[in-house]
Design a binder for this molecule. Structure first.
Ligand code: ADE
Length: 370
């Protein structure tokens, strides 16, 4: 899609805006910290005239952050930070009701996803706001001439901060970026309680499985993995952790969980959830051991944790058995179900973290912008 066509935002269906506005207002009621900041921003105008390009999950919570920045004087555009995390009604309302150009369509293909990032960069940002570091990466690699306009950026998530630290180390990061994820009021809460609840919400909405009595294998025992494990246990699941960091593995044991290598966990699990930030955590040698009917999903930032090409190679076909649930028919007769194309399940099949926890994260974003 040519950027010229994208000037005023690009959304699925503008007629969804009424539903989006109601959703934005509902979230706003549960974001009191952000509202305090917004009210001060209205008076003090700390961002007056600042061009901000934000690349975030387009949800009702993000909408409230965008509104707070706009009310603080920023000239803001928003694009999706993942092809499958957009709430189309929210994107429509941001464009129609809040005058915030938004480029985001749930289910967009890669070409459209990157055209939306390009549209956000056409805004000539003085500040970038990322969730996963895709926008800053595109700016640095494809639009180096724009670096001189940029004062600073912010980054929301663990994976993005890891990417940025690698760039800082090899000298390719050309402007300062605040690692919002490093704030205790972000990762202690959003990563743990937010991911904990929203990930299970995604699994349950997608499959309607009863978790009680199932063996749920959680790959990764960082803040997100801990949250998912805690909530799965609360549902009565028999939780198994896989972890490559021995210290985190011991923590999981002392928290009362069994810790196994994935190749052993693969034989036992009914549901698999990856939250590691690493690549190919579940791969052919694991699929080969899984029970028929196993459900596999990811809640890490990128769709690289499950080796989907390997699953495709082992399969003779697939069909969509429920919305965003693909059942792969393996050549040996077993079935394996993949939720949300291996993209972050909490945003693909649920609504992401609830507003009260995003309030804390986005208060950090707003103050970082200031
Ligand atoms: N990341 C996880 N949940 C989110 C939400 N509700 N809004 C924006 N980003 C998120």
């Amino acid at each position: 899609m040519a950027t010229a066509e994208l000037k005023k935002g690009d959304v699925k269906d503008i007629s969804l805006a009424d539903a989006g506005k109601r959703k934005i207002e509902w979230s706003q009621q549960q974001m009191p910290v952000l509202q305090i900041i917004r009210k001060r921003f209205i008076k003090e105008q700390p961002l007056k005239g600042l061009r901000v390009s934000a690349c975030l999950h387009v949800t009702s919570e993000t909408a409230n952050l965008m509104i707070a920045l706009r009310d603080g004087g920023a000239e803001i555009v928003l694009c999706a930070s993942n092809p499958l995390s957009t709430q189309d009604e929210v994107a429509a309302s941001l464009n129609r009701d809040y005058n915030i150009p938004t480029y985001a369509i749930k289910g967009e293909d890669n070409e459209t996803y990157y055209s939306h990032l390009r549209a956000a960069l056409d805004h000539k940002p003085q500040m970038t706001m990322d969730d996963g570091a895709d926008l800053v990466t595109m700016l640095l690699t494809k639009r180096p001439e724009q670096v001189k306009d940029v004062i600073a950026g912010t980054e929301e998530t663990t994976t993005g901060v890891i990417r940025l630290r690698a760039m800082a180390k090899d000298g390719t990061l050309k402007y300062p970026v605040i690692a919002v994820n490093d704030a205790q009021t972000k990762h202690f809460f959003d990563n743990r309680y937010g991911t904990g609840q929203s990930t299970l919400d995604g699994v349950i909405r997608a499959t309607n499985l009863l978790l009680a009595g199932l063996k749920v294998v959680i790959a990764g025992y960082g803040w997100c993995g801990r949250g998912v494990a805690m909530r799965a246990k609360g549902h009565g699941a028999d939780v198994i952790i896989t972890e490559i960091d021995p210290v985190k593995g011991i923590e999981a044991v002392m928290d009362g969980f069994r810790v196994l290598p994935m190749v052993d966990a693969a034989k036992e699990g009914d549901v698999f959830i990856t939250v590691t930030g690493n690549k190919n955590v579940i791969r052919a040698e694991h699929f080969e051991h899984m029970k028929s009917g196993a459900v596999v999903c990811n809640s890490g930032h990128f769709n690289v944790e499950i080796d989907i090409p390997a699953l495709e190679r082992l399969s003779s076909g697939k069909r969509e058995v429920r919305p965003l649930v693909d059942e792969y028919q393996l050549k040996d007769g077993r079935r394996i179900c993949l939720i949300g194309e291996g993209r972050l399940v909490n945003l693909a099949t649920a609504e992401g973290h609830p507003a009260s926890v995003m309030d804390m994260s986005f208060a950090n974003q707003a103050l970082s912008a200031e």
